[in-house]
Ligand binder design. Structure first.
Ligand SMILES: Nc1ncnc2c1ncn2[C@@H]1O[C@H](COP(=O)(O)OP(=O)(O)OP(=O)(O)O)[C@@H](O)[C@H]1O
Length: 802
């Protein structure tokens, strides 16, 4: 019966072949202009029959070209639900497999994500994966298709059954009766998949092996013949990344990225690591978080990126996990991946809190979270059960199964596991240590834990990292500052404009602290219009877990600036003082008293000072001492006496007694530091003694004499202990110190008369004209270099060349 059918169809094919031997190049435009996927599909099938794309390269590229033209004029988003269009997508993926199996995979993913209602699309992809030996992925695809309610379901179930029973072919000819509308094309799919299976069998050990299709197998598609021929065609392993990201499909991107990672070990291969980061960055740039965060593949991409970041900097990895969890709350694996990461760093309580939160967020599948929680409580290092625990550790993958996601993998490193699919990793070779540059890594990074004694290469090459804020991507140049729970990065946008991005981790913050941060941002946003001395806030993104603030970027903060210089130019000091007063006056006018002003709160932008925070946010306490030292968190050196006397303040922050005058005292301390190189109480090292000195009226603040009398007056009037008697900001802005008047130039250091006399006497005493010339030259040099004229030196140098 089947033989008879095939014979009939074969005759029909010959007829069609005869009638279609004219040149198709012109007619394609006509077909495309019909805007009908059915017409295009029929046309493309007819066209394919004119040759054998498996044997004839030109024919293949013509077909691919035509398919591409059809897709570019008929957008995926509009036609994805059309059956003929879905068939074209599938056939395109199959044809792609002739050139590159990896790209075929990406194209199957596109087809599945956009034409998910059709069972044949999923079966075609499943068959493709199966033919490549990825049976578990094939099963997963069919399971997902059933969950997605692709039709007809019976076909999916039959295909699944075939997979479970170990059959190479997922659907057979008998199924025709069960699903007449779909099966004809399925047979074609099966045939192509069989070919791929042949390929798989012959090329399992080689990525660039040959595979072939046979013309001896013929079957029907919509009543027409589709011939498949086995021939020797070299598989092109070139990845076309642009094509993949242009597909706008997270599934394709995920496949591509995972395949790319299989090329080597990003832990040891700096080149691969950089390439991966670059690709991830491009994916995030093309597929914005806001749009795709509900997509499972996208969530996996985010998680894998965070895991990869752990290679470079576990601290940053954590930030990326927070972003992933916050945006992809619904997926249990995202939370588990972060919890797993924390476990690898010895932070079991943190891991427990993450899993607990995930349960509260109703992340799915709940069972997976329960298992992870149970394992964590049992003290296990791996949060999810593995199928292959029998394998020797260190080299193989662990494969996880969950109801929703059958493809969660864990690598089997002793202490560091990855929850996203990962590739086989080898232990780091000793030579990898040669790559290590930069500061010694902190102990207890997951890498050092995982690889015991072997130090990790720290990749310090130009970073391809990026941050996406409200859908816009920014490339990180470097980290420029840190706060208690914040990091500030210097970034570039696509137009190469420089910005600063502040990332605040709200994970550990209580509700009140989160609220205070939001409050601070609101004020910062509102006050933008009122003063140029307030840092520009261009955009921000707030979630419950983190904040991103996109700001104008300062060159450096005043604290660093002061630390790096011995003396301050008087004009610069005056200019900066004016900037500080204007900024603080603006916040005061809007009812905000900073109450914790210090040089680190100001940054230099284009040679003027700008205020970067208003002291509203309850700072989350830093747990790293160096951060405290750097940003002067908790310093008493700028604290006004009334803040110390006000012991009723429980929060440790300014309370009711703190008035704008408190900020005047702090500003006075900053100006004092810019004048004398230290704050008024800096030399008192004992903190209790310092507190007493600040409030003790009998402790006189030293004001060594300076040539700028107005400046001296400003300092004295700012550092008055009684706030009521202290000068106000308005008065300071009116003070003669800020009025433009020529300052007496700094007195040049003239040699005293006696020195001059001595020099001249010495000069006169010199015998030869040459000695006199030499001495005069040396004196001129001393003068020009600003050195004090040294008689002894002059006399000495007049007799010997300097
Ligand atoms: N816009 C900016 N341009 C340049 N550098 C900046 C900018 N914003 C902050 N910085 C740098 O980052 C450092 C830390 O800033 P941040 O505002 O995070 O400090 P913080 O207020 O102590 O932090 P937190 O609020 O988390 O406790 C600053 O001292 C400064 O050096």
């Amino acid at each position: 019966m089947i033989k008879q059918q095939i014979a009939m169809l074969y005759q029909k094919l010959n007829k069609i072949k005869k009638s279609l031997n004219e040149d198709d190049t012109d007619s394609i435009n006509q077909v495309i202009s019909s805007n009908a996927p059915e017409t295009c599909w029929r046309y493309l099938m007819d066209l394919e029959r004119k040759g054998d794309p498996h044997l004839d390269r030109n024919h293949l590229s013509r077909l691919m070209d035509f398919y591409t033209r059809v897709f570019s004029s008929m957008p995926l988003g509009k036609h994805g639900q059309n059956e003929s269009y879905a068939r074209m997508l599938v056939r395109f993926a199959e044809l792609k497999a002739i050139q590159d199996v990896n790209e075929a995979e990406a194209n199957f993913n596109v087809a599945r994500s956009h034409s998910q209602d059709f069972a044949f699309v999923h079966i075609a992809h499943s068959q493709f994966e199966h033919s490549q030996g990825n049976t578990k992925r094939a099963i997963y695809i069919l399971q997902r298709a059933i969950e997605l309610d692709a039709k007809p379901k019976e076909l999916l179930e039959a295909a699944l059954q075939s997979l479970y029973s170990g059959k190479a072919q997922l659907v057979c000819a008998e199924d025709k009766e069960n699903a007449p509308g779909q099966l004809l094309s399925l047979i074609a799919i099966v045939m192509s998949a069989m070919v791929l299976f042949c390929f798989r069998q012959t090329s399992a050990s080689s990525t660039s092996s040959m595979f072939a299709l046979s013309s001896s197998k013929k079957t029907t598609v919509d009543g027409d013949f589709l011939s498949l021929k086995v021939s020797k065609i070299k598989v092109n392993t070139t990845y076309n990344f642009n094509q993949v990201i242009n597909s706008n499909s997270p599934e394709s991107c995920e496949t591509y990225l995972l395949n790319l990672e299989k090329r080597g070990n990003p832990h040891t291969d700096v080149g691969l690591f950089t390439k991966l980061k670059d690709c991830y960055s491009k994916v995030f740039s093309r597929l914005p978080l806001g749009k795709h965060s509900k997509n499972e593949s996208y969530a996996r991409i985010l998680v894998r990126y965070a895991e990869l970041k752990g290679i470079e900097d576990p601290d940053e990895a954590q930030d990326h996990f927070i972003v992933a969890r916050s945006n992809c709350k619904g997926f249990a694996f995202v939370h588990i991946a972060h919890a797993q990461f924390e476990v690898s760093q010895g932070k079991v309580n943190k891991a427990a809190s993450i899993l607990h939160k995930a349960q509260g967020l109703n992340a799915k599948p709940a069972e997976l979270l329960e298992v992870a929680m149970r394992n964590l409580k049992a003290g296990k290092k791996q949060l999810l059960p593995t199928e292959e625990e029998q394998r020797p550790p260190g080299t193989e993958l662990f494969l996880l199964h969950s109801k929703e996601d059958s493809f969660l993998h864990l690598s089997s490193f002793p202490s560091l596991s990855f929850v996203t699919p990962v590739v086989k990793r080898d232990p780091i070779p000793a030579s990898a240590t040669a790559h290590r540059v930069g500061p010694a890594q902190q102990p207890c990074t997951p890498l050092q834990v995982s690889y015991s004694q072997t130090p990790q290469p720290r990749i310090t090459a130009f970073s391809n990292d990026s941050i996406t804020i409200k859908g816009k991507q920014f490339f990180i140049l470097k980290m420029i500052g840190r706060g208690g729970s914040s990091k500030v990065y210097q970034v570039l946008d696509h137009k190469k404009q420089l910005f600063a991005v502040k990332f605040v981790n709200l994970e550990e913050a209580d509700a009140q602290t989160v609220e205070s941060y939001k409050n601070e941002i609101e004020h910062l946003n509102h006050l933008q219009q009122y003063s140029d001395q307030i840092i520009k806030l261009y955009d921000y993104e707030i979630t419950n877990s983190y904040i991103y603030m996109l700001m104008e970027c300062g060159n450096l903060d005043l604290n660093t600036w002061l630390r790096n210089r011995k003396t301050v130019n008087p004009l610069e000091r005056k200019f900066y003082w004016k900037n500080m007063l204007e900024a603080v006056q603006t916040i005061h006018k809007h009812g905000i008293v900073h109450s914790d002003l210090k040089p680190a709160n100001f940054v230099i932008v284009n040679a003027s000072l700008k205020l970067i925070d208003f002291g509203i946010a309850n700072r989350i306490q830093p747990d790293v001492t160096s951060i405290m030292k750097d940003s002067q968190v908790g310093t008493l050196n700028y604290m006004p006496p009334e803040a110390i006397k006000d012991t009723s303040s429980k929060s440790g922050k300014a309370s009711s007694k703190i008035s704008p005058k408190g900020d005047v005292w702090s500003l006075g301390c900053i100006l004092y530091c810019m004048t004398y190189g230290k704050t008024p109480f800096q030399s008192i090292t004992n903190q209790i003694t310092k507190l007493h000195a600040i409030i003790d009226p009998s402790h006189e603040i030293e004001f060594p004499d300076i040539s700028e009398k107005d400046l001296l007056d400003v300092l004295k009037r700012c550092l008055v202990r009684n706030p009521r008697e202290r000068i106000s900001i308005a008065e300071l802005l009116e003070h003669p110190y800020l009025q433009l008047q020529p300052q007496p130039p700094p007195e040049p250091e003239h040699p005293s008369d006696s020195n001059l006399r001595k020099i001249l006497t010495d000069l006169a005493a010199l015998q030869s004209p040459n000695s006199i010339i030499r001495a005069a030259n040396n004196l001129a040099k001393m003068c020009n270099s600003g050195r004090k004229l040294d008689v002894a030196e002059c006399a000495k140098s007049s007799s010997s060349q300097l």
